[in-house]
Design a protein around this ligand. Structure first.
Ligand SMILES: NC(=O)c1ccc[n+]([C@@H]2O[C@H](COP(=O)([O-])OP(=O)(O)OC[C@H]3O[C@@H](n4cnc5c(N)ncnc54)[C@H](OP(=O)(O)O)[C@@H]3O)[C@@H](O)[C@H]2O)c1
Length: 243
């Protein structure tokens, strides 16, 4: 197939790999034979993901908080020491906040920005030097339809995903000359724990499955053609739940 690359043995770091979309991406990239660094706070959840790949010994489980400098230093230490580089960075970890605008606490606003925007920014910045050494360097940021539209009760979450989109677009242009691909996938409602908690009013029926997002992520990593520059939006045809 046009411009596809063999991913066997390539190295990916996936944040939020212990559940939902991050786990689905991990399992899909593991199917391609990739070596994965699985990041999240809960070691148990990450170990479960590693076990589900069927090749747990080839997976690095990194239980750490990516909103702390210590967490980022730990990740870099492992990437440089064990992986000796990086081919693919997937910034997936994120949190939602469903709250009327006037009730949003400043501390919650800071927390969501730290996880959804600052952590991906720091990880992109710190890993670029490793990605430059790869022959298929790719960054995938998991955004949201709230990066493109406003929804009542979603101001903080939407602000964080708009910021991530801006970062993605600017970085994509800045490093395109070096062959580094930077993409954002912006799903509508995906059937995961997050949406069950943030939007209990929405019915799972008709939602996107995490595996569908994972398939797109795998496509973006494996295809180096010129068709996709930075952004893929996943919209449903009918009434659209969101996150
Ligand atoms: N579900 C949806 O409808 C939907 C739609 C569009 C976009 N998204 C986006 O998709 C991404 C994944 O969401 P999901 O639905 O799969 O939710 P999820 O199952 O809650 O996954 C979030 C993951 O992030 C990890 N995480 C949270 N805080 C962290 C921290 N400080 N350091 C490291 N890891 C942390 C969590 O693991 P630990 O708790 O173990 O740390 C968890 O595995 C998010 O960016 C979300 O905004 C979701």
């Amino acid at each position: 197939m046009l411009n596809t690359i063999d991913l066997k043995g390539k190295r990916a770091l996936i944040t939020g790999a212990g559940s939902g979309i991050g786990r689905a991406i991990a399992l899909r990239l593991a199917e391609e034979g990739m070596k994965l660094a699985l990041v999240g706070r809960s070691a148990d959840k990450l170990m479960r993901t590693a076990a589900l790949t069927g090749r747990p010994l080839e997976m690095l489980v990194l239980p750490t908080d990516i909103t702390t400098p210590r967490g980022i230093d730990d990740i870099m230490h492992i990437l440089e020491g064990h992986f000796k580089g990086l081919d693919v960075l997937v910034n997936n970890a994120g949190m939602a906040l469903n709250c009327p605008f006037e009730a949003i606490q400043e501390a919650d606003f800071d927390r969501i920005m730290a996880l959804n925007v600052k952590a991906p920014f720091v990880l992109c910045q710190r890993t670029l030097k490793l990605l430059r050494l790869s022959d298929c360097p790719t960054i995938i940021n998991i955004g949201s339809v709230t990066a493109h539209q406003g929804y009542a009760g979603q101001a903080a979450y939407s602000a964080s995903k708009h910021a991530l989109l801006g970062l993605t677009k600017a970085l994509a242009r800045e490093v395109s000359g070096e062959g580094i691909r930077v993409h954002m996938i912006s799903p509508g409602g995906v059937y995961t724990d997050m949406i069950a908690i943030a939007r209990p009013d929405l019915s799972p029926e008709g939602m996107i499955q995490p595996e569908e997002v994972a398939e797109l992520a795998a496509y973006l990593v494996a295809h180096r053609g010129n068709a996709v520059v930075d952004e893929i939006r996943l919209h449903r045809a009918a009434k659209e739940p969101f996150q």
